[in-house]
Design a protein around this ligand. Structure first.
Ligand code: SF4
Length: 312
């Protein structure tokens, strides 16, 4: 059986009662939908670094870029303990080959952005901080897809995270044994249209890069290629970019479709662009034509099948 990808996650998002108040922050989409396709690697930095459940709540205090992690009433500073724990945990996570990490929003330990930071002498907070553990993880694994549970309610952010973790998983599978140049060319070929939908610039530059690939230069090439692909798919795939890719795909059916079918397809793409139809509608129809007219190049494109339908 094919192994599932591993995703790091703030433990409370899985429904474990590890929060400061003894509660949890269960997220049904993460646990029930995503959970079918991934193995979670849960981390509760506060509990795992030795704090009790329940415990006094903490907050970030001081410099936005380097705040301290301090209990609200008793003013105990847990920063050094949390940083030491983070370094140990990151060493452990390095062997896990994670494909992404899902953080609990707003937490002074686990929040990945917009966490409240209070001035040392009291007063108004600024929502510009990053949780102490989350900051260490994001610094240690700069190419990993990261997301917070709240942002996954936005369909486009959820789609973006899903796309990126599946690309990362395919990278890990590709590089699990030293790949040959031909395997990398094959990988790139299957991701071409997906990259085009996220970044037309990266589509062009990566195409040139892969055209020059040689067996001898492969190790150095791989890390640079991985970095560029992961950065490319982080760009939002806008409706206009999807429209370009969909019309590009339609071009492969010049000799197959009737004038009526082409006009219908163009109308569906336009209705997708203006927000009247979801992306799945043109994609489903194009997939139908790909099967009907036997287009092997298109059939292998991850753009048309970036992640399991259940996650859409
Ligand atoms: S937000 Fe982080 S530290 Fe807080 S309970 Fe959840 S996993 Fe633990």
């Amino acid at each position: 059986m094919e192994s599932k990808m591993k995703i790091g996650i703030s433990t409370c998002l899985l429904g474990k009662k590890v929060r400061y108040d003894g509660g949890h922050a269960y997220n049904p989409w993460i646990a029930e939908a995503l959970g079918k396709f991934v193995d979670f690697v849960p981390v509760c930095p506060e509990h795992e670094c030795g704090m009790s459940i329940p415990r006094e709540a903490l907050r970030l205090v001081g410099d936005i870029e380097a705040p301290r992690l301090i209990t609200i009433n008793s003013k105990i500073d847990y920063t050094d303990r949390m940083q030491a724990f983070s370094k140990r945990k990151i060493q452990e996570l390095e062997s896990q080959q994670l494909c992404g990490f899902l953080f609990k929003s707003k937490s002074p330990s686990s929040g990945m952005e917009r966490v409240k930071v209070y001035p040392p002498g009291g007063g108004l907070f600024q929502k510009k901080g990053v949780g102490i553990f989350a900051r260490e993880v994001m610094n240690a694994f700069p190419l990993l897809p990261f997301e917070e549970e709240g942002r996954l309610n936005d369909p486009s952010l959820r789609a973006s995270f899903s796309v990126r973790i599946f690309v990362m998983h395919r990278f890990i599978k590709l590089t699990s044994q030293t790949p040959k140049a031909s395997a990398l060319v094959d990988f790139h070929t299957k991701h071409k249209l997906l990259i085009m939908a996220h970044s037309p610039d990266a589509y062009r530059s990566l195409g040139k890069m892969v055209a020059e690939i040689r067996e001898q230069t492969l190790p150095g090439f791989l890390s640079s290629y991985t970095e560029q692909v992961m950065k490319a798919v982080k760009h939002p795939a806008t409706r206009a970019r999807h429209q370009n890719v969909l019309q590009h795909i339609l071009g492969y059916f010049k000799k197959d479709l009737t004038a009526f079918e082409k006009a219908e397809m163009l109308e569906i793409i336009e209705r997708y662009r203006t927000g009247q139809l979801p992306l799945i509608v043109p994609i489903t129809l194009l997939n139908h034509y790909i099967r009907k007219y036997d287009k092997p190049y298109l059939a292998q494109q991850y753009y048309l099948n970036p992640y399991p339908l259940e996650l859409m």
